[in-house]
Design a protein around this ligand. Structure first.
Ligand code: SF4
Length: 282
């Protein structure tokens, strides 16, 4: 298989994702999120279509198992600005649908509204509604409210990713509850939470953008925290203190809730962490 590959969580021993294919029509990502985990493997470049992507996909789907869902995309957003003109993700979804595959979209874009009916479930990432934070932290992505409004306009199974939650930056419980409330009102039935995991390159970008937090982040991640897989994690006690009230709030609002690469199986209240169960519930 060439472009359609079984999802590999990059040495993430805590990953609870069900079996799925991962597919990236683009390489690089024009959203340029400072915390991006993919850049340490793939570099930091604007989105561009993969070479001969459609012909490679057509060859791969002949060999692939249609019972396994396909996620677009985990390390290069399927809806960067150039998608509006290129419609490469749209052509990809059309091919997959005609071939009988089920698809899950994970995005920080809004272009999926044009493709409603071509995908089976949708997860929209929202980390904060604070303009001072998102304009620095996710400089190339549409505003979080635009993402939520776009999600509101589609009828498919849908949920949100609140990922990453970064201590002292976007971890205010009241602010995160507000995101959950809006998402629920806009039809999200599932939410997955994840705390920020440090890689050397994403940490460098984060401290350049938020120098006032460097000292405390260093203390939390490098003195008190520890390494799991290729990432530095916050101490378990702090992660649990952030995540537990959020899972409770999501449950109270009637949404299923899960965690991404955190452990704490007792806090999982959903049939899948990543939203693939939304496909089956359609
Ligand atoms: S949208 Fe995802 S892949 Fe793109 S820069 Fe942001 S975190 Fe990285």
């Amino acid at each position: 298989m060439n472009v359609l590959r079984l999802f590999d969580p990059w040495r993430g021993p805590l990953c609870t994702c069900p079996k799925k294919y991962s597919l990236h029509p683009y390489t690089g990502c024009s959203h340029f999120c400072l915390y991006c985990y993919a850049t340490s493997y793939l570099g930091r470049k604007p989105s561009k279509p993969k070479n001969n992507f459609i012909s490679r996909l057509l060859s791969d789907i002949k060999k692939a198992d249609k019972r396994i869902p396909v996620e677009l995309s985990t390390s290069s957003d399927p809806y960067p600005p150039i998608e509006e003109n290129l419609a490469l993700t749209r052509r990809t979804l059309d091919i997959l649908k005609r071939a009988g595959f089920k698809t899950l979209i994970t995005t920080k874009g809004t272009g999926f509204t044009r493709d409603e009916g071509l995908f089976d479930a949708l997860m929209v990432t929202v980390t904060t509604l604070d303009k001072d934070i998102y304009s620095k932290m996710e400089p190339g992505a549409p505003s979080p409210i635009k993402r939520l409004e776009a999600m509101n306009s589609v009828k498919t199974g849908k949920g949100i990713r609140v990922d990453p939650i970064i201590p002292l930056l976007n971890d205010d419980l009241g602010a995160l509850r507000e995101i959950l409330r809006i998402a629920r009102d806009y039809g999200a039935s599932h939410v997955v939470f994840s705390t920020y995991k440090v890689k050397p390159d994403n940490f460098k970008r984060m401290v350049e953008a938020f120098p006032e937090l460097e000292k405390e982040w260093r203390e939390l991640y490098f003195k008190e925290g520890y390494r799991i897989g290729g990432y530095r994690y916050l101490p378990a006690k702090i992660r649990r203190k952030i995540l537990e009230p959020l899972v409770e709030e999501a449950t109270r609002l009637g949404m299923s809730a899960a965690l991404c690469r955190e452990g704490f199986q007792d806090l999982h209240r959903a049939k899948s962490c990543d939203g693939t169960h939304l496909i089956r519930e359609r």
